[in-house]
Write a protein that binds this ligand. Structure first.
Ligand code: GDP
Length: 467
């Protein structure tokens, strides 16, 4: 009945006639790369101290402000959320819908525009963590190098490990390991190398699956600031280190989402997708925020929301809190729509995890999909029909396997009844409740990924092969 009453969608043109190729190659904002990273690490690894130091030495905040915020955070018993407190100070506007669960901030250095995202450490926050990771291009993993601390922290900390596994399986393409508190280890090269080899072994293991060339290591001290943004050339103990400071690394790291002369035509040709991170109604407008995972959007164009399939014309666009005429892949934006465009006011047009695309995109909202699934971390097998939670980017739904199509690696059994850890299989999955908006992995390398969790543990990850 819904289909019968639906009017055909009118495709609208951008309000301003822009030559995007020209804009992208000449506009200062766009020729300056935008990078977003999620900060991961054990409680007390030094994440807050590091972020405070970085903002201070990049000249974003002054020392008085950092000290004040750290004290306030301590007084409020905010613990691992101290980082968020420091970051709050610089956030021009909480344009990302980063209300309670995820804290993010934009800051800009001479060379680069950044969004730093704080991954909540507590186990209860894993779904929010997934939301945070899905907004990031790369991960900054902070580890405590102090003898005994690193060994204990990393061995026991299931949370940091799970975050890292999630990062890899949600499409994060690089990890920078900040080997922190090196001041306490007298910048010992052997200590640094030992931590590096232990972490490399883990990060490239089957369980996590990064390639060695996706991982970098930088020795730092967030507390003294050494090798964070500045480097004291007279520090003999660190003379063995020939790499970049952490700041230089962040500013220059190459990412596949980078927009440069070679990638502009591809950017303009790809489909536009945004996964909804937050949606609010405000003064006759609907405001939707999220990260553009591919393509370009301009004010005046018409978008379609999935799964509700409502078409709306973009009335306004903001990036990092500032109004813009267009926005591209990698940006965290807020799109606004006139609420008067929605005839049926009772439906919720946008929910977290909904997918926004342009008219005619290959994205679909489905109840059944075929997934190439890799399983790990399971103490008991996964049976056909047994429930789990499926995450696609920041969207989640209860789901179950309806059919085991093929076991592609690991132990092969003649009769396929269940899957065990370390197996890879092609499976058909059914989601409960609302249809799940997805793209095939071949259409979008981020939105075509899924993660599955059971009883609070991440047990598998995969890619959408068909629906
Ligand atoms: P978080 O929980 O990861 O945000 O960690 P914090 O930033 O709160 O730091 C935890 C403790 O480690 C604090 O007492 C910091 O002063 C200390 N710390 C952080 N970075 C360093 C460092 O580079 N060197 C030393 N010696 N201590 C540090």
């Amino acid at each position: 009945s819904e289909a019968a009453t639906k009017k055909p969608v009118k495709v609208t043109k951008p309000t301003k006639k822009l030559n995007l190729e020209h804009e992208l190659s000449t506009n200062k904002t766009y020729s300056k790369p935008h990078k977003s990273f999620v900060v991961i690490g054990h409680v007390d690894a030094g994440k807050s101290t590091l972020m405070g130091r970085m903002l201070l030495d990049f000249g974003i905040v002054d020392i008085k402000t950092v000290n004040k915020l750290v004290k306030e955070a301590e007084r409020a018993g905010k613990g691992s959320f101290a980082l968020a407190w420091v970051m709050d100070q610089t956030a021009e506007e909480r344009a990302h819908g980063v209300t309670v669960d995820i804290c993010a901030t934009d800051f800009e250095t001479e060379k680069t525009r950044f969004t730093a995202i704080d991954a909540p450490g507590h186990k209860d926050f894993v779904p929010q963590m997934i939301g945070g990771v899905s907004q990031a291009d790369f991960a900054l993993l902070v580890v405590d190098s102090i003898t005994g601390e690193f060994e204990a922290g990393f061995a026991m900390d299931g949370q940091t490990k799970e975050h890292t596994i999630l990062a890899k399986n949600l499409g994060i393409e690089r990890v920078c390991v900040a080997v922190n508190k090196m001041d306490k280890e007298n910048w010992d090269e052997l200590r640094f190398n030992s931590i590096k080899s232990q972490l490399l072994e883990y990060l490239t293991s089957d369980e996590v699956g990064f390639a060695a060339d996706q991982i970098d290591f930088v020795p730092i001290s967030g507390l003294t600031g050494e090798n964070v943004v500045k480097r004291n050339s007279s520090l003999e103990a660190l003379s063995w280190y020939k790499g970049p400071t952490l700041g230089e690394y962040l500013e220059t790291v190459k990412l596949s989402s980078d927009i440069n002369a070679d990638s502009i035509s591809q950017l303009l040709a790809e489909d536009f997708y945004l996964s909804v991170h937050d949606a609010i109604k405000d003064k006759g407008e609907i405001k939707v925020s999220g990260k553009i995972s591919s393509g370009v959007i301009q004010v005046g164009e018409t978008i379609v929301s999935a799964p509700n399939d409502v078409a709306l014309q973009v009335n306004g666009l903001k990036s990092a809190g500032k109004p813009v005429d267009f926005a591209v892949r990698g940006e965290l934006v807020q799109m606004s729509f006139k609420a008067s465009q929605i005839e049926n006011d009772t439906i919720e047009v946008f929910r977290i995890g909904d997918l926004v695309s342009k008219v005619g995109s290959p994205a679909k909202s489905v109840k059944k999909l075929t997934i190439a699934l890799h399983l790990f971390n399971m103490t008991k097998p996964l049976l056909v029909g047994s429930p789990f939670v499926l995450f696609r980017n920041n969207c989640q739904a209860p789901a179950r396997i309806t059919k085991l199509i093929e076991v592609t690696s690991g132990k092969k059994k003649k009769k396929l009844l269940h899957l065990v850890s370390k197996q890879t299989a092609i499976v058909e999955v059914e989601v409960e409740g609302n249809a799940l908006p997805v793209t095939k992995y071949s259409d979008n390398k981020i939105l075509g990924r899924v993660v599955i969790r059971r009883e609070g543990v991440t047990i598998g990850a995969g890619t959408v092969v068909d629906f």
